[in-house]
Design a protein around this ligand. Structure first.
Ligand code: EPS
Length: 391
């Protein structure tokens, strides 16, 4: 399984082609749309999400509610396109175009302009925009269904926003984290996807402050799963390591600047005996661990424990109060231009992270146990799990 996306943020829409999905997977436009709509939420989003009502239209690969094994193509139309037709037209006739010649620090503008020879940075920013992730979440919707067929649950959430870290969530089960998020969001009337009632109020205030100051905030997103069969991924070649593929998928999300598994960077300061997850055996649980500093991976393979991975999301680079930059035509020092943007997109990033991790896991499990049809993959996975348990 693999996918490619296309589409500009203010163009006609987004397209995704998921190549090589298993056949026999039940999936509907409504299910994909519901997941894609989750990504649109999040306290701190800007005016754009009031315009868009992302709806997934399946173009191919699904018949009578089930995948048939051929590529699944999905389109999400941009409702905002009607306001941008003149600026974004595909026709050779130029509308009344206001060029953007001042690159924003932190965005793809300057290196993208140099690479593709554009001085109007709209040609870069339209594709570099995180709007593209709506399409990637479609792939995540399909991957999540595959995982659920195998009894694997996955959750992405905000572990920190604007420097405030959620407390005591690391050891909780997926269901317990979900409950905390629900309680927090209900209490504060805000979609923060943040599992700490005590500090959620401070987070909300911090987003409000950043909005008033014309600034932006980042944070940390965390993705956790239930237990996965050991040995998915491979240690025998560098590009077969599943944790590396997951890290690459997370790094490819707009604004992500760091990835860590389990205890991650904090391991570097500890002694080996304090880091490595001791191995135990019992008749009921077979080989198992009582800690998960490895984040579910050893040697690039799942080790039978839940996957636990975090990604650092930098603050959005479209800053309302402006930043120092240079007009690439006049070469004069100036301030960046502000059109519109989000103040904080960490809750949305947690859905995107969940989606891309789900895709890497589903792809690897399908390839690992073999089979092009969902029933066979499910049976193969169950059989593999049984063998791994009896090892
Ligand atoms: C983005 C800028 C904003 C965000 C956008 C990502 O869009 P606009 O310029 O239209 O206000 O809202 O994200 C989305 C549209 C989305 O659906 O997530 C950027 O520059 O990356």
């Amino acid at each position: 399984m693999r996918y490619l996306t296309a589409g500009e943020s203010h163009g006609k829409g987004l397209v995704i082609i998921i190549d090589g999905p298993p056949s026999g997977l039940k999936i509907t436009e409504e299910e994909i749309t519901a997941y894609v709509a989750e990504r649109q939420k999040g306290y701190g989003r800007g005016g754009r999400q009031k315009i868009e009502r992302d709806r997934a239209e399946i173009i191919s690969g699904v018949r009578f509610g089930k995948t048939i094994g051929s590529p699944v193509a999905v389109v999400i139309k941009n409702r905002d396109y009607v306001n941008w037709e003149g600026m974004m037209s595909v026709c050779p006739v130029r509308g009344n175009v206001i060029e953007l010649n001042v690159p924003r620090p932190g965005h793809a503008d300057l290196p993208g302009g140099i690479k593709y020879g554009h001085r109007d940075f709209r040609n870069v920013l339209e594709r570099a925009s995180a709007r593209e992730t709506a399409a990637r979440v479609v792939a995540g919707a399909i991957a999540k269904k595959i995982l659920s067929e195998m009894g694997i649950d996955i959750l992405g959430y905000s572990a920190a926003i604007g420097g405030i870290k959620a407390k005591d969530h690391e050891g909780l089960s997926i269901d317990a984290v979900r409950k905390r998020i629900k309680d927090t969001d209900a209490k504060y009337g805000a979609d923060l996807r943040y599992p700490d009632l005590k500090t959620a109020g401070v987070v909300k205030n911090r987003i409000d402050e950043a909005l008033k100051e014309g600034d932006t905030l980042g944070g940390i997103v965390r993705v956790i799963t239930t237990k996965i069969a050991p040995g998915i991924g491979d240690y025998t070649q560098w590009d077969r390591k599943l944790d590396a593929k997951i890290a690459a998928a997370l790094m490819s999300i707009q604004a992500v600047k760091g990835v860590e598994f389990g205890a991650g960077f904090s391991c570097a300061a500890l002694k080996g005996s304090a880091v490595h997850d001791r191995i135990y055996y019992s008749q009921k649980e077979r080989h198992h661990r009582l800690t998960n500093n490895a984040g579910g991976f050893e040697g690039g393979m799942t080790n039978g424990e839940p996957v636990s991975v975090m990604a650092a999301v930098k603050p959005i680079s479209t800053v309302k109060k402006g930043m120092d930059s240079v007009d690439v035509n006049t070469r004069k020092k100036t301030r960046t231009v502000y059109e519109r943007s989000d103040v904080c997109a960490v809750p949305a990033a947690s859905i995107i992270a969940e989606a891309v991790v789900a895709f890497e896991l589903a792809r690897e499990i399908c390839a690992s146990v073999g089979g092009s049809e969902m029933g066979r993959i499910k049976a193969n996975y169950r059989n593999y799990l049984k063998q791994a348990k009896s090892y």
